[in-house]
Design a protein around this ligand. Structure first.
Ligand SMILES: O=C(O)Cc1cc(O)ccc1O
Ligand SMILES: [Fe+2]
Length: 454
């Protein structure tokens, strides 16, 4: 193994399994045996509980972790509001900044890189629904950063779980529970409350985030598919415990709380967890490992067959958010219009492109680092060029999406677009609708009947 690869393997080590009860200790013997909170935990560590669900949540949903750390998280000075005039990712809290609920199909050119900001300041809310103060809804962010976070800063969101989809560059994420390296074509989830620090070992980064204000992601049910396929549980990776020993430096812990930024000083590193166990932890997943299924007879199935993760609502089968991908795959369906059908969906569909081309749009307007939004009941489907090509194509087995990865955040909520998303980013394509669908030809041929002979 080349030495750099070996170094990476040593620095980033993972435990495998989705929703597995994990335990990890950076020093052997740091986890108490047979008890969570003994009178004196091993090595003089403090025991701290981190809860990701109500204590009383049903067992199959319950997510808690026990952290064994050098100092408790509560050892800090009071939080103070920071950058309150400029920092706000919750437009519900910002009455002068309208959120736009519009039925038009929207598409964005690639979002700009911004090398002047760090992770915390890279987050731009483009669209969303609901309100983190009520723990309902979602936020959809674009991030673009070129700077490491300050060496003595950590960040957490009290508002929700971050599902991070890097499109460009590599994220080195030091979390309380261990280190994650996340590259394009991988995703990671940082649950609500977990502190982390993002550095950029290979330069600027850009991508998409879905923040889930309610619940947590789970794997979709497989129903008649059986016990494997789609995203397999064993391919989700959670970092092993890793800690720093620093009780003499001033640190700032930044909190995104109801969309606002707060900061608290403390005289010790927040990355001092020597061991942990539980079900509440960050994790990553390589989209290249997705086992993609499709029709081997006829017709184009619903895109739910491409669901990587789902965050269910209280109504079975209806998601607050699904994370869906469109990986390279073989299309073999016979006598079938193979691209997506024209449709209007009761769910909203926000799409992004990590790399390559999305097979439903050949016009070139949907580019990596760009996005589209087809809101609740907004009509869409293949553009005219794709329609014409697919209606006349010879239906040989064909590989689509080679070298590509498009994805969709699909939500039962109607999503509003922020001022930044609609105006300030200056990426909205004015002619999306016209370019895509106005060129569609009338193909109707009335059948000959005795009433209308030719
Ligand atoms: O609109 C889209 O491109 C996403 C999509 C893909 C698909 O295969 C079926 C339905 C759907 O919404
Ligand atoms: Fe769609």
């Amino acid at each position: 193994m080349p030495s750099t690869q070996f170094a990476l393997k040593e620095k980033y080590r993972y435990l495998n399994g989705f929703n597995s009860y994990h335990e990890s200790e950076a020093i052997e013997g740091a986890l108490p045996v047979g008890a969570n909170s003994p009178q004196q935990p091993p090595y003089g560590l403090y025991a701290e509980k981190l809860s990701g669900t109500a204590f009383t949540a049903p067992r199959h949903e319950n997510q808690q972790s026990w952290l064994y750390r050098i100092l408790p998280s509560s050892a800090h000075a009071p939080y103070e509001a920071r950058e309150s005039a400029t920092y706000n990712t919750n437009p519900e809290n910002k009455p002068h900044e309208k959120i736009h609920h519009i039925p038009n199909q929207l598409r964005w050119d690639p979002f700009d890189m911004d090398e002047t900001v760090d992770w915390v300041h890279s987050l731009h809310l483009v669209a969303g629904a609901g309100d983190p103060t009520m723990k309902t809804g979602i936020g959809i962010f674009i991030f673009a950063a070129g700077k490491d976070m300050d060496p003595h800063e950590a960040f957490y969101s009290a508002d929700g779980d971050f599902l991070i989809v890097p499109q460009h560059g590599v994220l080195d994420i030091q979390t309380e529970l261990g280190r994650l390296l996340v590259r394009p074509n991988e995703i990671c989830v940082i649950p609500r409350g977990i502190r982390y620090r993002v550095t950029l070992p290979y330069g600027p980064v850009r991508g998409y985030i879905l923040e889930l204000y309610q619940g947590h992601f789970q794997l979709p049910e497989l129903g008649p598919i059986g016990s494997n396929c789609l995203a397999n549980a064993r391919d989700f990776q959670t970092p092993v415990a890793a800690f720093d020993e620093d009780t003499s430096t001033t640190w700032h812990v930044l909190s995104k709380f109801a969309g606002h930024l707060f900061s608290a000083k403390q005289s010790h590193t927040p990355f001092d967890v020597v061991a942990w166990h539980g079900l509440y932890y960050p994790y990553k997943y390589d989209l290249g490992r997705f086992n993609t299924l499709g029709s081997i007879s006829y017709d184009h199935p619903d895109p739910s067959i491409f669901t990587v993760l789902t965050a269910p609502s209280d109504h079975p089968g209806t998601a607050v958010a699904d994370f869906v991908i469109f990986p390279p795959r073989w299309l073999v369906a016979e006598d079938t219009f193979r691209p997506p059908w024209y449709h209007r969906n009761t769910m909203s569909e926000f799409m992004g492109l990590i790399h390559g081309q999305y097979d439903a749009k050949t016009g070139g307007g949907f580019q990596p680092a760009g996005a589209s939004l087809h809101n609740v009941m907004s009509a869409h489907g293949p553009d005219a060029a794709t329609h014409s090509k697919a209606s006349n194509a010879a239906l040989q087995p064909a590989k689509v999406g080679e070298g590509s990865m498009a994805f969709m955040f699909e939500s039962c909520y109607m999503v509003g677009v922020t001022e930044w998303g609609l105006k300030k980013c200056r990426k909205v394509q004015e002619d999306y609708n016209a370019e895509s669908w106005e060129g569609l030809e009338v193909r109707f041929r009335r059948p000959e009947t005795s009433e209308n002979p030719e």
